[in-house]
Design a protein. Structure first.
Length: 322
């Protein structure tokens, strides 16, 4: 396993992380605690240190965090626990009285719940899940800065911010002497490269580490799907068949041939491509089985693309243009 710093910070994370939105999710092998324990232990044993959850992940509010906390148990200090707040609609229970999702009032309640469910006295990386159009960014940062000063949170990050929002937050933190966001989490994969337009250049400029979500496009880039084969025991077959139905199969088949010529799997090529991108800190792929997490951990160091390789890949999955 390789380890990278999370943006301009002293926080080291494994190049392969584990996305935890499958924990406690109905219909998956990680729905129950035993399945979760198997994946978490396999991940730690394979050198993975970054575990990315959120208060809303799982079949019910908080379940992914509860499962993660129980699975880590006495191994909690070996890992970096990341979670998120502020995705949920602030007009529905249990948030009815919490107010705007970026507000001091909301985050004070959200953080206590996450700490309890995770069974820990501090969250290593606490992320605002989505931007809040109501709360001024000054208040978002002040409220998070208080949590850092109290030791409840060690580092802060954001998710689903645009490039200008990342820049604004960094400059406001500078002006006000507040804790800076050290990470950005946005959708990014071979088929969703929009972050390259504004977000990734801003992240690189401001020293913010990038954590791509849906990095395998929900599993499409693991090599187990073909134009005609859709394994039934998969999230894509169960919940999102349109992702495979609408995929550009001519290009994916050319990409598979490229992998075959180099003697690597599509999974290894996809990790290699992701980890070659600017500001990339950790590929937080989800996994439902121990063998998946072991393959994902090994893929972090399996292959490094050359400039010619990257140009070929751009030909099939082009970079976005304005
Ligand atoms: N910030 C946000 O708004 C946001 C939004 C979404 C997700 N996220 C984060 O991003 C993380 C990653 O996203 P994701 O898990 O949804 O999507 P993903 O990483 O693109 O795909 C993960 C899925 O691919 C399959 N898979 C993974 N490794 C495999 C392997 N080695 N071999 C075969 N299949 C494999 C598994 O599904 P099957 O076994 O079912 O095929 C797994 O659940 C999430 O867990 C979460 O932490 C954040």
């Amino acid at each position: 396993m390789d380890y990278r710093t999370l943006g301009r910070s002293g926080l080291r994370v494994s190049a392969t992380g584990l996305g935890c939105n499958n924990l406690g999710r109905s219909g998956t092998a990680t729905e129950d605690q035993a399945g979760t324990d198997a994946v978490i232990n396999a991940a730690i044993d394979a050198g993975i240190t970054l575990f990315d959850s959120a208060d809303i992940y799982g079949a019910e509010y908080g379940l992914s965090e509860t499962r993660l906390g129980a699975a880590l148990g006495s191994r909690r200090d070996e890992v970096v626990v990341a979670t998120k707040y502020g995705h949920a609609d602030f007009t529905s229970p249990p948030f009815t009285h919490w107010g705007a999702k970026g507000s001091r009032r909301y985050v004070r309640q959200a953080v206590e719940g996450s700490l309890t469910r995770l069974g820990t006295d501090r969250i290593d990386l606490y992320q605002l899940h989505t931007p809040d159009p109501i709360t001024p960014i000054d208040e978002v940062l002040e409220a998070l800065d208080e949590l850092v000063k109290e030791g409840k949170v060690l580092y802060i990050g954001h998710s689903n911010f645009s490039g200008w929002q990342l820049a604004q937050a960094d400059l406001v933190a500078d002006m006000r002497g507040l804790t800076h966001f050290v990470s950005a989490q946005n959708e990014y994969s071979l088929l969703k490269r929009g972050a390259e337009l504004e977000l990734l250049p801003a992240a690189e400029e401001f020293g913010v580490g990038f954590l791509p979500y849906f990095p395998l496009y929900n599993g499409l880039f693991t090599g187990k799907f073909t134009r005609t084969e859709r394994p039934s025991d998969t999230r894509i077959a169960r919940q999102r068949p349109h992702l495979a139905d609408e995929a550009p199969w001519d290009e994916i088949e050319a990409y598979q041939a490229f992998c075959d010529e180099r003697g690597i799997t599509m999974l290894e090529a996809t990790f290699g491509w992701l980890l070659a991108q600017p500001a990339m800190s950790s590929v937080i792929a989800g996994a439902t089985k121990p063998e998946q997490v072991r393959q994902n951990a090994a893929a972090a160091t399996a292959w490094t693309p050359t400039d010619d390789d990257l140009a070929l890949i751009d030909g099939w999955f082009p970079a976005p243009t304005l």
